[in-house]
Design a protein around this ligand. Structure first.
Ligand code: GDP
Ligand code: GDP
Length: 454
């Protein structure tokens, strides 16, 4: 293996390559009805609007994986903020502030046919001060006639307005080229991990007790800290003090004020869940211990594993437990949770507050595993022992040899095996199991990939 190959595995040295958190973030902001969702769908290459207007439902920010000309980035649709007590302009300015705090670049959408409204001007002022690159999309320019309206938007003070028709696609390629020009290759340092509270997603299917647990947690230590000096708090996240530490529970707005809506409710819920997991470092998947484990529970767990986040499994409603149910549950765990047996489990009751104070230590355990690194030298001496004791099976007269192994990244831990041939899935699982036995990696998925050297 050459130094160049090694370097390519970990090109910026932070060990996060491949992890979704390392993508730069583009936030789309603008007042309601300017065409943000239409534009987001256009960028994502979807035909119909994914996010429809349902009266009374605040479209919250949702994160998507986007790709333009081979460059991947995270697209955050900040959605429409309902005018609150402070009025619409304030709500929109908050949206812009939020975008500034999470994004590496901002796409401001304006309705060119309407021109600059007071709200647009207020948002522009926030963006001017934010210090992040901004691209102005002059939307609803459906034909050449519309171009006449565009020049006026220079007055926003954010540089050249880019004419686009989100509806018909006109100009969207040029707009995206411009966006990618200003979007940094890698996200800003410090958004995850270093500095600021650790980010937790509290997820699970409806009615498992997420809001109840959040309430119990916030009561437990009295303090729901709504703003902490020097921290920008997204209005939909909650800062919660557990023990003597502040944690940031992401995307809890929907838990706090319960909206009831009928159409597409499940779809909304799953988008929210995915966005929360994406924004978090560690997820608490809440299950209802009094009911059988369901498909839906499994899907939430899969979401966490596939996103590469640390995982804690919490069985709620433990106050309803009796011996019979307990026995059944043990069997369900054996049968359905084998694939995540590395995840720490905790039995809680939001109602009685049983064990809720045990949650924070569990989160730490899972985060430690998630961030753990094994030095290359140690890994390879370990690997040669493993291989000597348990060589790869011979397939078709050939035996794959493992030449070298390295941990290319953490958060979650990623290993690369350099080999002389393909590695059986069963053998990869064996390696994963042994890694966990010997090094821990509690509470974190592990990714293993194979590079065959000719
Ligand atoms: P949002 O509230 O900013 O997300 O706006 P939407 O994407 O929901 O769009 C609001 C309305 O404007 C919808 O009726 C869209 O069909 C319409 N719209 C969006 N983009 C365009 C466009 O480029 N041209 C025209 N003519 N209408 C558009
Ligand atoms: P969410 O949809 O996941 O946010 O669930 P909720 O917090 O709204 O709880 C759903 C239902 O379960 C409510 O009726 C709660 O009172 C009940 N519940 C939540 N936690 C517990 C618990 O620990 N024990 C019992 N017995 N009921 C609970």
């Amino acid at each position: 293996i050459t130094d160049a190959e090694l370097a390519a595995l970990d090109d910026d040295g932070d060990g996060d390559e491949g992890a979704p958190v390392s993508l730069p973030v583009l936030a789309v902001v603008g007042r309601p009805n300017v065409g943000k969702s239409t534009l987001v769908n256009r960028i994502l290459g979807r035909r119909e609007a994914v996010v429809q207007d349902v009266p009374g439902v605040t479209r919250d920010r949702v994160a998507y994986d986007a790709n333009w000309n081979g460059r991947r980035f995270t697209l955050v649709d900040t959605g429409g903020w309902e005018p609150d007590a402070q009025g619409r302009a304030a709500a929109i300015a908050n949206q812009a502030r939020y975008a500034m705090s999470v994004a590496d670049a901002v796409l401001l959408v304006v309705d060119a046919r309407v021109g600059i409204t007071d709200t647009d001007a207020a948002v522009a002022r926030v963006l001017q001060r934010g210090g992040k690159p901004v691209v102005v999309a002059a939307n609803k320019v459906d034909d050449t006639k519309g171009e006449a309206d565009v020049a006026e938007l220079w007055r926003l003070g954010l540089g050249e307005p880019w004419p686009v028709s989100a509806l018909h696609g006109r100009g969207s390629g040029d707009l995206l080229d411009k966006v990618l020009e200003v979007l940094p290759e890698a996200p800003a340092e410090g958004r995850f991990g270093t500095g600021g509270p650790r980010r937790v997603a509290l997820v699970g299917r409806p009615n498992v007790g997420k809001s109840s647990l959040l309430n119990a947690l916030t009561k437990e230590d009295r303090a729901v800290v709504d703003s902490v000096a020097g921290t920008t708090v997204d209005p939909v996240d909650s800062l919660v003090e557990l023990g003597d530490e502040v944690w940031r529970f992401v995307d809890t707005a929907g838990l706090r004020k319960k909206v009831t809506f009928s159409s597409g409710a499940e779809y909304y819920a799953s988008l929210r869940t995915a966005a929360a997991i994406e924004a978090a470092e560690v997820a608490v998947v809440l299950l209802d211990a009094s009911e059988p484990l369901s498909e839906q529970d499994q899907r939430v767990i899969t979401g966490v594993v596939e996103a590469g986040r640390a995982l804690v499994i919490a069985f709620n409603k433990w106050d309803l437990m009796d011996e019979d149910r307990r026995e059944l549950l043990d069997r369900e765990i054996d049968r359905d949770l084998q694939r995540v047996r590395w995840a720490p489990r905790i039995n809680v009751s939001a109602r009685t507050r049983r064990a809720v104070d045990k949650l924070a230590p569990m989160l730490h355990t899972a985060l430690e595993g998630w961030e753990q690194r094994i030095p290359t030298g140690r890994l390879n001496s370990w690997m040669s022992e493993l291989v000597a004791a348990h060589p790869h099976p011979v397939r078709g007269g050939k035996q794959t040899r493992i030449l070298f192994a390295t941990q290319a990244g953490s958060k979650p831990p990623r290993f690369v095996l350099f080999t002389t041939g393909p590695v059986d899935v069963a053998y990869q699982r064996y390696i994963e199991r042994r890694l966990r036995e010997d090094f821990g990696f509690v509470g974190t998925p592990i990714q293993i990939s194979v590079r065959i050297k000719e």
